[in-house]
Design a protein around this ligand. Structure first.
Ligand code: PAF
Length: 265
């Protein structure tokens, strides 16, 4: 695996692959876990070369404390990426990605409105802008995202459609720990007691889906199962034609999101 620290360096490394190759991109903010490994493996199975970006994007964090607390462990990430079949790890500086004077932003409406869009104003503007920059720097044919961030996927798909980007977006199912908690870089911030309380989230999704299948109120069933966890929202939304039950909740100081497609077998 080769690492690139600058946009120029990555472009030079990818030059030989501009024709005849299928470049796969996995955009990440590091702190790798099994969810990232599933994305790398999905990319490895269909693309060559596989590029992963590792950039904690300051423009998608509304709260400076959240940005400061975001877990970072680059040496570990480098090891995991290499073991998971990544060919190029792109880890640029903030100055390279957002130099002084940067003044162009991607404001997606549609899919970005509601849910996370309401609770994290400006978040999707930061996500869409950094993803478009990554897409123009890497110029992948395929980009891989996790189902856990289902609204993010819908926002990226909306942008790809609206801006006529020649790019295939693939979605990889959420990876869960044995106890059902969706893997997230933020999980490391949970104390043992908080982690126990956080299990109410996957339980609530299961309860919601069971109710939905019986023709009952999925949101009410999920809310009832969320004991001890204060939700920002529990909602059914249509993401790319799939009714999906989505939850965002705070457990102690950590905000977690999770979802389950209701049409899933
Ligand atoms: O899902 C993430 O890790 C980030 O939102 C992304 C897509 C890498 C953009 O910074």
């Amino acid at each position: 695996m080769k690492a690139a620290r600058t946009i120029g360096e990555l472009r030079r490394l990818l030059q030989p692959f501009r024709t005849g190759s299928t470049i796969g991109l996995v955009p990440t903010m590091g702190a790798f876990h099994g969810g990232h490994i599933a994305l790398f493996r999905a990319a490895r199975a269909t693309c060559d070369p596989v590029v992963a970006s590792l950039f904690v994007n300051p423009t998608q964090f509304g709260d400076p404390a959240d940005l400061a607390a975001y877990p970072r462990d680059e040496p570990r990430d480098v090891r995991i990426a290499e073991e998971s079949g990544v060919d190029y790890l792109f880890a640029p500086s903030i100055d390279d990605m957002f130099p002084r004077g940067h003044a162009t932003w991607i404001d997606v409406e549609g899919a970005a409105l509601g849910l996370e869009g309401d609770f994290r104003p400006g978040h999707f503007r930061g996500v869409a802008t950094v993803c478009l920059k990554l897409f123009t720097i890497v110029r992948p044919q395929v980009a891989f995202f996790g189902q856990k961030d289902v609204q993010q996927v819908a926002v990226i798909r909306q942008m790809v459609r609206d801006l006529n980007l020649e790019l295939d977006i693939r979605v990889v199912p959420t990876v869960r720990d044995q106890d059902g908690l969706a893997l997230s870089s933020r999980n490391v911030r949970l104390s043992a007691a908080e982690r126990e309380r956080a299990l109410a989230i996957p339980r609530a999704l299961g309860a919601g889906r069971a109710a939905y299948r019986l023709g009952r109120d999925a949101v009410a069933a999920a809310r009832a199962a969320l004991a001890g966890v204060e939700p920002d929202y529990v909602a059914i939304a249509d993401f790319d034609g799939r009714p999906t039950l989505a939850i965002a909740a705070r457990v102690g100081g950590t905000r977690l999101i999770d979802n389950i497609p209701l049409d899933e077998r």
